[in-house]
Write a protein that binds this ligand. Sequence first.
Ligand code: SF4
Ligand code: SF4
Length: 420
Amino acid sequence: MKATFERGLNALREQIDAPVASFFNSCVHCGICADACLFYQETGDPQYTPIHKLELMRRLWSQEFTLFGKLGGMLGLNKPLTDDDFTKWETLVYDSCTMCGRCTLSCPVGNDITSMIRKMREGMSASGHAPKELIGAAKRHCELGSPMGNMLPALQAQVRHSVEQTGIECHCDKEDAEYLVILSAQEVAEFPDILVAYAKIFKQAGIDWTISSEAFEATNVGLQMGNSDVARECVLTIANVAEKIGVKYVISPECGHAYQALRWEGPNLIGRPYKFEVIHIMELLDKLRAEGRLKTKGTNSEKITFHDPCQLNRRGGIHNEPRNLLNMFADNFIETDNAGAYNWCCGGGGGVGANERAEELRGKAFGRKKAQLEKVQPEKVTTMCAYCHHIMEDELDKNEMYDIEVQSITELVAEYLDES
Ligand code: SF4
Ligand code: SF4
C-alpha cells in the first residue's frame, strides 16, 4: 500500500511543470470557475469548485516547489499528503469532473483547470485511486485490445448488418484506401446503424474507405483514467494500422474524447507526427457538402435541437459543421441557451458515465442539460458523440422526458440523402 501511494505521489510530482506553477500562482480565488461547473451548479456544494478539485496538487506544488513551502518544510509546518487524502480526492477528481472544459473557458486569468485535472488523474491512477470501472477497462484494453471488450465478431456483425441494410460493400482491410474509418466503443456496442449511414453517404460522395480488423475502435480509456502509457497504446494501435495501409485520413468518429486523444494529444503521446491527417466525421461531411458531393432531398419539420459535445465544440473547435449539415434539411432547427462553446455537458464524459459510484451525482449534474432542453422543448436532440447520445437517452428516460428522441447527426443526414 505504502509503495503504491509513493508511486502515485511521484507520478503527481512529475506532472508539476511550469504551466502548473504559473496556474497556481495566478489564481485570484475569484470562484468564477465554480459557477461554470455543472457539479457545483446543481449541488451548491463548495467541494465541487473546480480549483478545489486540484487542492492536492496545489499542496504538493506549494510544499516542494515554492520558497515558503520549502521553509515551512524545514520548520515542520507542512502537512504532507497521505493516502487518505488521495482516497478523499478520488471522488472529486473522477466522480465530479467530466473534463468538460467549461471552467477553463470561464477562468478570467486563463487557468487551464481541465488539463490540470487530467494531470492530477495521472497521480491518482498511479496510486491505485481510480474508479474500478476505468481500471477494468484499461485492463481489457491491454489484454483484449478493447476497453469495452468489443472483439472482432462484434465488428463483423455490424459490417453484416450494414451490408444487409444497404446492399453496399463494406470495405474491410482494403489496401491503399484513402480514408480509415474507426468507431467509438459505444457505436460498436449500441449503435449499429452508424456504419449503415457511413456506407450510404460515402457511396454517394465517392469516398475510398476501409475499416480495419486490427484497429477499429477509437475509445481511449487511458485519457479518461489518466494513464499516459495506456493512452499512448490506444493511439499507437490506430496510427500503426493507418500508416501500414497508407491512408491519407483517419476519420475520427462521433466520440468526444476519442477526438481529443487522436487529434490533439496523439502526436505528443506517441512522440512523433502522424503520416496521416485526423478528420472528424463532421468536418468530412461538411467538406463533402461544400464540394457538392453530399446532397440531401426533402425537409424535416420536427423541432430539432443540437447538443454540442464538450470535447468536440468547446475543446475541439467543431461548431459550424453540424449546423451547416442540419441546415440542409431541418426546417425547424432551434438552438438551446448556451449552445456552442458554453454548452452544458451531458454529465457523463471523462469516465463519469462508466463510474457506477458516480451515478447519483451524474443524475444531478444532468440538471443543467435538462433545463436547456426543457426551455426549447424539442422533439429531437441530435449530437455528434455516441457517448453523449447514450447518456442523454439514459437521463431523459430517468427524467420521464420520453417525448424527446436522441439521434446521431450522421444517421440523420443519411436519412435525407438524395440517392436518386
Ligand atoms: S476562476 Fe480561475 S482565478 Fe478564479 S478561482 Fe477559479 S481558477 Fe482561480
Ligand atoms: S472540467 Fe467541467 S466538470 Fe470538470 S471541474 Fe471544470 S467545469 Fe467542472
